[in-house]
Design a protein around this ligand. Sequence first.
Ligand SMILES: Nc1ncnc2c1ncn2[C@@H]1O[C@H](COP(=O)(O)OP(=O)(O)O)[C@@H](O)[C@H]1O
Ligand SMILES: [Mg+2]
Length: 411
Amino acid sequence: MLHQSAQPFNEAQKMIARALYEDGQTDRQIADVCSTSVNNIIWWRKEEGLPENLSREAQARAAEEAWTPPVARKPRAAAKRSPVNVTQVTSDPRIVSPEAAQAAYVAPVQPDGDNAIEIGMHMDAKVYVDLAEMLTTRLLIQGNSGSGKTHLLRRLLEECAGIVQQIVVDPEGDFVSFGEAFGHTIVEAKDHTSARLAKIAGRARELRGSVVLSLEGMEIEQQMDAVTVFLNALFAAGPEHWHPAIVAVDEAHLFAPSMDNGEDKETRKECRSAMANLMCRGRKRGLAGIIATQRLAKLHKSVAAEASNFLMGRTFMDIDIARAADLLGMSRADSEQVRNLSRGEFIGLGPAIARRAMRVKIGPVITHGKAGDEKGITPLPTMRPEDMQAALLADDEDEGERPVRHLRAVN
Ligand SMILES: Nc1ncnc2c1ncn2[C@@H]1O[C@H](COP(=O)(O)OP(=O)(O)O)[C@@H](O)[C@H]1O
Ligand SMILES: [Mg+2]
């Protein structure tokens, strides 16, 4: 708190002070010339409603404090490649930006050229997957339903379509749009015999063509059979055809379940072993498994354990979080983060992503699944209840053609 000092400060001094002030002199300089205290000058200035004149150094200091770097978020198309920057933002070597400190800590990969698959953002920096590294170390994606696994898989595959051969095992027909967008051959498994599926897989190996194996519209056991035949045929190709190819399997727990879900035992065993082959022994043959699953607990251990790269999405069950922590060698605190992730956010770790767990917000995609984007809550039709009831119960022309089987009454 400032108090007016006992030193005199009369009208004549005030006039001199005014002239000096207008000349840009600081409080201290004015006080010296007027032979009075700095406090008197400050009081006088406040009474007059005049802001403080700062010295040149003080001005520079204030300007520096007031300056904040502009936020640099550009749309994807216009963005220039700028890998996570670990250099200092100021000339003072002791000052490192929070982004640079984070980047240095998580140690993300810094791939170049075609090897750099941009998947999203970590804070304000782009996140890449090192393609060559991923081809030899495989990738496991885990996240509860709706966490954004298929979106992530789509982004990854879109970014390296045309760079590396892709075989997509697609249980729901989510990737058939890759036919139009990138020229992938769409194989509707239900339209082909096993022998033909095996032949197609063999040719894909020879010709290095990208394929989407759509399993839509099939029973689970048929799906398993198709996957077994296709993967085994990819595997059986001769060494002259061992070129690098991504084999992406969405909902991998369907094909390598950890539990008996009531499928035929033999079918399950064979499919699981084809999946395990892909993940364990595919590397030598150039086959790089990328698998996505809802729950680690549902996926057979022999398949999950072979991936060295992980992208963990939102997960709620303790057992899955514990398994994830186990697989990733994550600390308990790090693994707890997966509860708080939002849709489209993943924690990435592994030789093709980053050396320490790094949070990634997955970027946009250009192709769409069959259903398009989720609609969320849309308004219900404004039909009167009696009209709705009449419409639902309306007589159809084919009514009566097939007798309705009545439920048996319980005695
Ligand atoms: N990173 C993201 N950015 C924008 N939308 C996303 C993102 N990730 C997921 N979504 C949207 O969220 C919904 C669920 O994602 P999806 O990939 O189908 O989840 P999952 O396969 O894990 O069940 C989809 O409508 C998808 O478009
Ligand atoms: Mg999905």
